[in-house]
Ligand binder design. Structure first.
Ligand code: ZN
Length: 295
């Protein structure tokens, strides 16, 4: 579990002091004590407020709900502006410390971009609704305690918020890492394909419910028994039709591939990969007797 220790940065202090003065004091004439630790090692706000009575005498005053709601808003805003980026960067560094800084930066940029979106966009409620949830937790805490140490509060009272952020971080990183792996895989296949001498000019691929068949331009089945040679190295139980189709086509390396796609097949993923790998060397048949024969 990650913890937030001293922030040691000054911006939130300036922000809080300015907001507390301008919003609470200016609106309600109430002074909220704000404790600045000498080395900015922690951030504490005390809510024992004082105000003046009608004769100008300073009196202790109970925090009313108006002040609480001002305070709740200011603290929530400060958490989102100043502490959220720190929490996120700590999480990305801890969960993905095996990645290079460039990749971590990419994850971080994407996470910030996603968090800025106003719509839920597939996030758990705790994320897109985090402002109001943090606000409610701050209010509850202030009512009970009258003072708040923000780092401590974040560590021990806002774990739901950390969990929600972690969910976004992991979801975003998975997407980015998966896309990178996919690109690497396509590059590798392209490299193999380009380094092969084409063994056949043109291959027709007929996709079937049970797999696929390869024919040359004279309607001869291509490869046949020797198809197995293209999948050498696979454990038998690991082979699926998609892998087999990709391996066979990359190994045969035809100058042109014609895909006959008229039937419902579950090889869409392999077809997408092949389109990327073969590029202009692959065409989709717009309808012919081969297509018709498998419908
Ligand atoms: Zn066709």
């Amino acid at each position: 579990m990650l913890y937030l220790t001293s922030s040691k940065f000054r911006e939130p202090f300036f922000f809080l002091r300015k907001k507390l003065n301008s919003e609470i004091y200016a609106s309600c004439g109430i002074e909220v004590k704000f404790l600045e630790s000498p080395d900015y090692a922690y951030t504490q706000v005390d809510c024992y407020v004082k105000s003046k009575d009608s004769k100008g005498k300073i009196i202790d005053r109970q925090i009313d709900s108006l002040v609480l709601s001002y305070l709740g808003n200011i603290l929530t805003e400060a958490i989102l502006i100043y502490w959220e980026p720190i929490i996120l960067s700590k999480m990305i560094n801890a969960n993905y410390n095996y990645l290079r800084s460039k990749e971590k930066r990419e994850i971080s940029e994407k996470v910030f971009e996603r968090l800025k979106m106003q719509e839920p966009c597939g996030f758990p409620k705790a994320v897109y609704d985090r402002r109001s949830q943090i606000y409610n937790t701050v209010l509850e805490y202030l009512r009970e305690n009258g003072r708040i140490n923000i780092e401590g509060f974040l560590n021990f009272r806002l774990r739901f918020y950390w969990d929600a952020l972690e969910n976004v971080v992991n979801q975003t990183a998975d997407g980015i890492l998966w896309a990178k792996e996919y690109d690497d895989f396509i590059c590798l296949l392209k490299y193999f394909l380009e380094s092969q001498e084409p063994r056949i000019k043109k291959v027709h691929v007929i996709l079937l419910n049970t797999g696929f068949q390869l024919y040359d331009s004279d309607d001869n089945i291509v490869a046949g028994d020797s198809l197995e040679e293209y999948v050498a190295g696979f454990e038998e139980e690991e082979i699926d039709s998609g892998d087999l189709l990709i391996s066979a086509l990359v190994a045969i390396a035809p100058q042109e591939v014609v895909l006959h796609l008229s039937t419902e097949v579950d090889l869409q993923e392999a077809v997408d990969i092949l389109k990327n790998v073969f590029g202009k060397r692959m065409v989709i048949c717009s309808g012919c007797s081969r297509c018709i024969s498998v419908t």
